[in-house]
Design a protein around this ligand. Structure first.
Ligand code: G3I
Length: 366
């Protein structure tokens, strides 16, 4: 769809929007210098109503699970590339790029490797995995989450099989191995829990920045920091000033930032849907206006596009917070933390993303 742009002076929170009302997320993102994408799981690709939305709205897709080590290599010596190939084929069919999520993640190290990691073939095993996966998708993936979630709640390095087997050096050596396979690929470290004013977020921001500073000082190949942006309406105020400070520090280290997994876990599930959607949209707008003000933020991916397939589910803890609210068969439905609802209808969160991108376009014009 050729989307021609005109400067439509549309009153939207008093902000002139330089996009047509039917502009896609990807198109407005391109004008804002932002590569817009979404996570997709293989099972979503069997839903034409959703694949149409993804193909229209995105410039890139992230396999939600299929490119993780434990998903790719459930058994020793064998790789099941079928789900990841399905996502790659979908991307190719629609001219989309693919984010390489993720090579090394403590939650997705195959069981069969655990007794091997500490042995002399341990690191060669990790290198073989990196080389196998990056080589196969080198024509589709420009950016790899080489290390996912390396920081612990206290800001130190998170325990896991790779830290236990190889010490902190697994991070630098993983990045070096990835760079050796694909010297032109953008390499990222991807982390969650840095968005709020809570002490735990402050500790993780500090720990992530310290890690990145060390890697840059050691001239380790690293190009981006991924901020996952799993927002949560129960986590209190966003740390807007601290986030801009964090991104500014990353920029001064010569790195860029990707927003990699945007979605919103709701808190007040029993409010009317309009109120729920407004709270989500306003929170997303505040977060995006903060991070998109930083030129080094270069991509924005949601962790899915439709609530129908979100990993954010209504939990028993949620139900316990609203005694009796589910009586008589009424339910709060799904968590409403993505741009589209379960029926494929755009929600205020989508408009909030468009508006935030448009504000970045307009800032760039001044
Ligand atoms: O495909 C199997 C299915 O065959 C089986 O019947 C079912 C029950 O065991 O499991 C299915 O696999 C599940 C997979 O999602 C696909 O739905 C795994 O158990 C489940 O652990 C996996 O969860 C994913 C999780 O990462 C772990 O890989 C979530 O969908 C995904 O949203 C989540 O994404 C992570 C990012 O990678 C990193 N940042 C946090 C984010 C949310 O946790």
């Amino acid at each position: 769809m050729i989307v021609n742009f005109m400067t439509a002076i549309v009153a939207s929170k008093g902000v002139a929007r330089s996009v047509t009302p039917n502009a896609t997320l990807a198109a407005v993102g391109r004008r804002a210098g932002i590569e817009v994408g979404a996570a997709v799981a293989a099972e979503m690709l069997a839903e034409p109503w959703l694949t149409g939305i993804v193909a229209r709205e995105c410039a890139t897709v992230s396999p939600e699970v299929a490119l993780k080590w434990a998903a790719l290599a459930p058994g020793e010596g064998t790789y099941d590339f079928a789900p990841a190939d399905t996502v790659a084929a979908f991307a190719r069919r629609h001219g989309l790029r693919m984010r390489g999520h993720t090579l090394l993640w403590h939650q997705s190290i195959p069981e069969w490797t655990l007794p091997l990691l500490a042995g002399e073939d341990g690191w060669p095993l990790v290198e073989r995995h990196i080389r196998t996966v990056m080589t196969r998708y080198r024509h589709r993936v420009d950016e790899w989450d080489v290390v996912n979630e390396p920081i612990a709640d206290d800001g130190g390095l998170r325990d896991g099989p790779l830290l236990s087997a190889f010490g902190p050096a697994y991070i630098a050596n993983g990045l070096r191995a990835a760079h050796a396979v694909s010297p032109n690929a953008r390499l990222a470290i991807n982390e969650y829990g840095v968005e709020y004013a809570r002490p735990i977020d402050a500790a993780r921001r500090a720990g992530l920045l310290a890690l990145v500073r060390t890697l840059v000082a050691q001239r380790v190949p690293l190009h981006r920091v991924g901020i996952q942006a799993h927002l949560n309406l129960a986590h209190g105020p966003l740390a807007l000033a601290e986030l801009r400070e964090f991104i500014g520090a990353v920029a001064r280290l010569g790195l860029e930032v990707s927003i990699t997994e945007l979605d919103v876990r709701e808190r007040d599930l029993i409010l009317p849907v309009e109120a729920r959607d407004r709270l989500v949209a306003e929170h997303v707008a505040a977060f995006l206006d903060c991070v998109l003000a930083e030129p080094v933020v270069r991509s924005l991916s949601c962790w899915g596009l439709s609530d129908r397939f979100s990993w954010l589910i209504v939990t028993d803890e949620d139900r316990a917070r609203f005694p009796g609210a589910w009586a008589g068969g009424s339910t709060p439905g799904l968590n409403r933390g993505l741009p589209y609802d379960a029926a494929g209808q755009a929600k205020p969160m989508r408009a909030a993303i468009i508006d935030a991108l448009a504000r970045r376009v307009n800032r760039g014009r001044r």
